[in-house]
Design a protein around this ligand. Structure first.
Ligand SMILES: NC(=O)C1=CN([C@@H]2O[C@H](COP(=O)(O)OP(=O)(O)OC[C@H]3O[C@@H](n4cnc5c(N)ncnc54)[C@H](O)[C@@H]3O)[C@@H](O)[C@H]2O)C=CC1
Ligand SMILES: N[C@@H](CC=O)C(=O)O
Ligand code: NA
Length: 436
């Protein structure tokens, strides 16, 4: 059988592992695809650098010529970022190549163009590695669950931030030390701001929401808060509540009051939140990822595994590579993205959540009543309130019932202006528990 020729774009953390696996598993991959997979070229920025497993004769800095070469069938993009990745993928699809990418930033920022090109040119576009690394998640959403009605997707989709929060929670590590470790382990993006400010998780949330709800969602639609403002007080507050702080990506269909099945819209958001230690997401440690999918007929499904790192991510890339190669051998195509639902993405203010608020207060009579009155004024119902310490160390901890995020935010602003409140020491959303 004629070999299928693969152009690899980028040979960093993920790309170098793709090359290694292609070489080490060549015989098995040939048997599984029905044709050998042959590396036609590797586009890099610095060809003078020695690379294990790569024949130097395959290296080029001219990625555009490589992707359009007649002897290339499949293009694997693991450069990352928007340009030149977008131009390279568009040129590849136009030239009739099948495409595999791990680039969530591009798919979330300008999925319309990239998915549109796949439709226009009839090209295969696979991207399992883009969300939750090695975990098979996009293929289940795109194929296995496509006959169901997905209601909610909630999970931990960024390994770097989970690693940092876990180190802070378990060992009391500093943010900076934990980030450096995550970088050295190959989990972090080239610019770790993408991880710690939540951009990476927001891109993944957009991709998940689009697939789950068959509706266009881009990174700009996602409410995003990172973990740079998570303090030791937040982590300690969570501990005292028998909870843990996790950076969550949440994609929800918001029910329509008239009961229509499609829903009023979708809420897509990323923020650090407290979850009870008894919840399965709380036991997701280090750089692992886990995602719950709640569907009408399937019920709750949990996907767990390595969400970052060279070899795990390369596993997902190889899975896609075999899939597109099989399609080429069989003369077929994979699934095409459909976003027929056109559900609106609702503003964060309308999203219903719960808050944990820790206040340093003056310890005198009437304080609790004034604080409670402010919550009531914003129609935010209190689930529990507790005082810790006394005198100058008095703290009030308030946990609310569900309320629109705008009402909760206005309540916190009001607390910040109250004389009796010395400091709003910690504010954190509370998720994934059963409370109303
Ligand atoms: N590292 C991880 O754990 C994961 C990474 N990803 C995604 O995989 C992609 C690659 O990530 P990493 O390998 O971690 O990044 P990396 O920064 O280690 O590798 C990217 C490589 O592309 C090269 N490059 C940049 N511009 C180029 C150009 N114009 N032509 C040729 N090469 C160029 C860089 O020199 C670098 O070696 C990104 O889209 C990332 O978001 C996805 C899941 C997990
Ligand atoms: N930087 C990302 C890598 C995978 O997408 C992460 O930390 O999860
Ligand atoms: Na994945």
């Amino acid at each position: 059988m004629k070999p299928l020729r693969v152009a690899l774009l980028g040979c960093g953390t993920v790309g170098s592992e793709v090359v290694r696996l292609l070489r080490e598993q060549a015989a098995d991959l040939t048997a599984r695809v029905g044709a050998p997979l042959e590396l036609a070229g590797v586009a890099v920025r610095r060809p003078e650098r020695a690379r294990e497993h790569v024949d130097p004769g395959l290296l080029t800095t001219d990625a555009m010529s490589l992707v359009t070469r007649d002897d290339v069938d499949i293009v694997v993009e693991v450069i990352g970022g928007i340009e030149p990745a977008r131009s390279l993928l568009l040129a590849a699809m136009k030239a009739g190549k099948s495409v595999v990418t791990a680039n969530k930033a591009l798919l979330a920022e300008d999925g319309e163009t990239v998915f549109g090109a796949a439709r226009e040119y009839g090209a295969d576009l696979y991207y399992e590695a883009a969300v939750a690394g090695a975990i098979p998640l996009l293929r289940p959403l795109r194929e296995s669950l496509v006959g169901d009605h997905v209601k909610r997707v909630i999970g931990i989709v960024n390994g770097t931030t989970n690693y940092i929060l876990d180190q802070m929670d378990t060992f009391g590590a500093s943010f900076t030390d934990a980030l450096e470790e995550a970088q050295s382990l190959g989990y972090a993006e080239a610019d770790p701001t993408a991880d710690v400010e939540g951009f990476d998780a927001a891109a993944k949330a957009a991709i998940l929401a689009q697939l789950a709800f068959h509706t266009p969602v881009s990174a700009a639609d996602v409410h995003r808060e990172g973990i740079t403002e998570v303090t030791a007080a937040d982590v300690a507050g969570a501990k005292a509540m028998n909870s843990v702080v996790k950076l969550l990506a949440i994609c929800e269909r918001v029910p329509d009051p008239d009961g229509s099945n499609g829903g009023r819209g979708v809420s897509v958001r990323v923020y650090p939140a407290m979850i009870p230690r008894s919840h399965p997401l709380a036991s997701v440690r280090e750089a692992y990822n886990a995602v719950f999918v709640e569907a009408q007929s399937a019920g709750s499904l949990m996907f767990y595994g390595a969400g970052a790192g060279g070899a795990p991510t390369a596993s997902a890339v190889l899975g896609d590579l075999v899939a597109v190669a099989r399609n080429r051998v069989g003369g077929t195509r994979g699934p095409v993205e459909v976003t027929y639902a056109e559900l609106p993405v609702l503003p964060m203010g309308e999203t219903v959540t719960r808050y944990y608020v820790q206040l340093d207060v003056a310890d005198r009579s009437g304080v609790l009543a004034q604080v409670a009155e402010l919550f009531a004024r914003h129609d935010v119902s209190i689930q529990a309130v507790r005082q810790e310490g006394y005198g100058n160390d008095a703290k009030l901890v308030v946990v609310t019932h569900r309320a629109p995020d705008a009402a909760l935010a206005a309540t916190v602003e009001g607390l910040q202006r109250m004389d009796i409140v010395r400091e709003v020491a910690s504010v954190m959303r509370v998720e994934a528990d059963e409370a109303p």
